[in-house]
Design a protein around this ligand. Sequence first.
Ligand SMILES: [Mn+2]
Length: 321
Amino acid sequence: MAKYYDVFNGDADGLCALLQLRLNKPCDSTLVTGVKRDIKLLERVDAQPDDEVIVLDVSLDANRQALLRVLENGARVSWFDHHHPGDIPVHPAFTPHIDTDAQMCSSLIVDRHLNGKYRGWAIVAAFGDNLDETARGAAAALGMSPADTALLRELGVCLNYNAYGESVADLLYQPADLFTLLKPFSDPYKFIRDCDVFESLRKRMGSDLQNARSTTVTPVGDGSAYAVLPNASWSRRVVGAYANNLAHQYPLRAHAVLVARAGGHLVSIRAPLERPRGASDLARKFESGGGREGAAGIDFLPESETDRFLDAMRSAYQKTA
Ligand SMILES: [Mn+2]
């Protein structure tokens, strides 16, 4: 019998992209996911002829070999994503839905595919991916009140926060478990009301953010700034939420939040919200870097490369020559 594999990024965007697809077409699938930085997910799938694989919110470029192998095995693959894909393979069993526009996220691509059927969840995801303007526009078009919109924003930010960590041990909820908790809810407001996940995430994120705010933010040139968080679980959990917070607080400035780890740092990069460009180019100057125009990261920046990184960030976002 054909098997179904749902391969998805463990963040808000990955979760909400899959949720929309599975609300539309329920099925018992094998869930393949992990922490946000765990993006080489497709290599864990051993698909056979006629199996169906859906891949959500991870870059094709990072999974190219595995994709070619799965197609070679005779499985069908559809892919919804907004990360830099590199060359997109052409194959009769492969259906890519890839859009790298800085205002898009994977859940919005799925929303377009489903003609807005579960738009509430697409809005949650857009907020989670820090695409506030797009999310607010979509919420206003549905006639949502500012208070309801703010609630969806908080849910998106909390779901996104949950995905950050070195391993699932750092997380409050394993993404596969979180998906199972989300699965019965076509309405995000009902999820907020009837499930205690939102409240627990909100509490934990609040205390992690309080820790992050006690660190120093140092300007780099006139267009960017960075902060360094210590080597701790809370740092790894809050790095993305904190980088987004800085981006909202100083929308004209680019930010990098570094988290100490043995021999170097993990780096989360946000382009200025007012001009969300160049984060992915900056990250990809370094070996383990990747991402998208507005938000990107470097898994491991060796200590010896810190200065080169800060120089590259300075020149990428310097306003005056
Ligand atoms: Mn995304």
